[in-house]
Design a protein around this ligand. Structure first.
Ligand SMILES: [Mg+2]
Length: 294
């Protein structure tokens, strides 16, 4: 007991927020589980099997629900950012015959997998264009205004190709009996119809009473905050046994929201912004169950 009649909390023991670091650093400094991709995917399937066992033998105990597996869509089950942006950029190049020759030359040879997450970084870091030059800044602003209404649209989002083996894995989860939540940062107004069409025509488990999609109600909602906001809805639906997301910020939120779940970071492409460090996530690169080390 200290002077004043109460125990003081030592300042160096005060809970502090985990430091926030750029996403590229986050991937380097977070301590991920040492499981390989194969082991991680197998672990999820076993967790589903165990939870389904409990569900099947629940008897009169209605508190035991069917397990839920949460999948993000963009750059988790689908290849989205780079492919969709590349397609839009090609159309823009065709639609702009008077574009400065240097901008055209440096952009038209890029492959989808070379693109950065943000157009600005693609211009400067990938295409080697000088953002200080007025004609480059003008071209970037023009492409951004061309890109935005197309990237976030039903027409374009329904054409994303699938991530390697994502259909096989999601179907396996579904066949074992789990419910599936497609939890996406896409918004209902601009991308709802295209998203539902994409899911139902891709080969992924189709939408049904135990396969649901959760889209942001408003386009300006923060992705991570939206994902956090559906925690209670998902928990009421059933025990969440695993989550998959490619965005570090979403992975942090999902790990905190579902501490008992297997939280999987899908290391594809992601926003380079600041993220809180979180240890203990699993990491995979796609959904192939061939043995490989992470
Ligand atoms: Mg995503």
């Amino acid at each position: 007991m200290q002077r004043g009649g109460f125990d003081r909390i030592a300042t160096d023991r005060r809970p502090r927020e985990a430091p926030r670091v750029p996403a590229a650093t986050w991937v380097e400094v977070c301590r991920f589980q040492t499981a390989t991709q194969y082991q991680t995917l197998d672990l999820v399937l076993h967790a589903v099997e165990r939870a389904m066992e409990r569900y099947r033998h629940r008897g009169a105990d209605t508190s035991i629900k069917r397990p839920v597996v949460v999948f993000d869509l963009d750059d988790t089950l689908f290849k989205s950012n780079q492919v969709r942006t590349w397609r839009i950029m090609r159309e823009w190049l065709e639609d702009r015959p008077k574009l400065h020759w240097e901008v055209r030359r440096n952009l038209e040879t890029l492959r989808p997998e070379a693109l950065a997450y943000h157009l600005k970084d693609t211009f400067s870091d990938v295409a080697g264009l000088d953002l200080a030059a007025p004609y480059v800044r003008e071209a970037l602003a023009d492409l951004e205004s061309y890109w935005n209404p197309r990237f976030f649209s039903n027409a374009y989002c329904q054409r994303d190709p699938l991530q390697h083996c994502s259909v096989e894995f999601a179907k396996k989860v579904h066949d074992l009996g789990a419910s599936i939540a497609y939890l996406t940062g896409r918004d209902e107004e601009r991308m709802g119809k295209g998203t539902r069409r994409a899911i139902n025509t891709s080969g992924l488990p189709r939408l049904s009473s135990r396969v649901k999609v959760f889209l942001k109600p408003h386009k300006d909602d923060d992705d991570a905050m939206f994902k956090k906001s559906v925690r209670d809805t998902l928990t009421a639906w059933g025990p969440v046994v695993a989550t998959f997301d490619n965005a570090p910020a979403n992975c942090v939120v999902l790990k905190d929201a579902f501490p008992k779940a297997i939280s999987v970071f899908v290391d594809t492409v992601y926003d380079p912004g600041l993220v809180e460090i979180r240890h203990g996530l699993y990491k995979i690169f796609d959904f192939s169950r061939r043995r490989r080390s992470t």
